[in-house]
Ligand binder design. Structure first.
Ligand SMILES: [Zn+2]
Length: 257
């Protein structure tokens, strides 16, 4: 099984899952239909399944059109009943070729956000707009508490989990991360490596959970020095509890330029 991105819009990746023994492919968050249709046409593949992480148009915009071209299965949040053929929620299973994915509900960015995790052979996670390399999604519908819970759920996955996010936001995320952890050696190294990848027009994704734990401020909002820097950027006192500290890091990022 191979996983690779088809770029769409400014900075989205539509992740394609392909199996060497199959002419079918799966697409994760196809915000645009033509990108997937062109790939299928050029490589003589058929779209057999779609995973949706949440309702935003840049993740779902291509689904209706793709369904007209193929009889594909569509897994996603149940309220998207016009698009989704198989509504799923926390702990439901989805079979993609030989891998079984478990659905992890991660409200925060949106209330309906789902991630898809499989730990067969090598562990992988489709994290949508919940976790990015060096960042997390904006809290648009949920609460900081929900988003922190989502971060904790992801943190509990195996350390070698490969994380496939929907956006190429890494360099912007690292500019903020470095502003609150300027001496973090792993962060400096990963920033340099990611800059090189972007110079070569390569994706910085997937990332690995163990790297995120060492570099991603949203998995590190318990670290004292980081908390102090985030609070300083907001002209606030460092928060005294974990949810408020996470919220400070998120708000510092929202207003960072
Ligand atoms: Zn979104």
């Amino acid at each position: 099984m191979t996983i690779f991105p088809l770029p769409a819009f400014q900075d989205n990746y539509i992740w394609i899952i392909q199996d060497k023994d199959s002419s079918g492919i799966w697409a994760v968050d196809p915000g645009k239909a033509d990108v997937v249709l062109n790939y299928c046409h050029e490589h003589k593949k058929t779209l057999v399944g779609i995973l949706i992480t949440h309702h935003h148009k840049d993740h779902t915009g291509g689904v209706a059109e793709l369904k007209q071209y193929s009889n594909c299965l569509v897994y996603g949040p149940e309220h998207l009943s016009e698009l989704v053929t198989h509504p799923v929620n926390e702990n439901d299973r989805v079979q993609v070729f030989s891998k079984t994915f478990t659905v992890i509900a991660t409200p925060g960015h949106t209330l309906d956000h789902l991630c898809y995790f499989s730990d067969q052979e090598s562990p992988i996670l489709f994290s949508g707009d919940t976790l990015f390399k060096g960042g997390c999604g904006r809290i648009m519908e949920g609460t900081p508490e929900q988003m922190l819970t989502a971060m904790a759920k992801i943190s509990n996955l195996p350390n070698d989990t490969l994380i496939y996010s929907t956006h190429e936001y890494t360099l912007a995320n690292y500019r903020f991360a470095l502003s609150i952890e300027p001496d973090n050696k792993e962060l400096i190294e990963s920033n340099n490596a990611s800059q090189q990848l972007r110079l070569e027009e390569k994706p910085t994704l997937p990332t690995k959970l163990c790297l995120e734990k060492k570099t991603n401020p949203f998995l590190r909002s318990h670290i004292e020095a980081l908390k102090i820097h985030a609070a300083q950027q907001l002209n606030e006192k460092p928060a005294s509890n974990p949810i408020a500290a996470f919220s400070q890091v998120r708000r510092a990022k929202d207003s960072f330029s």
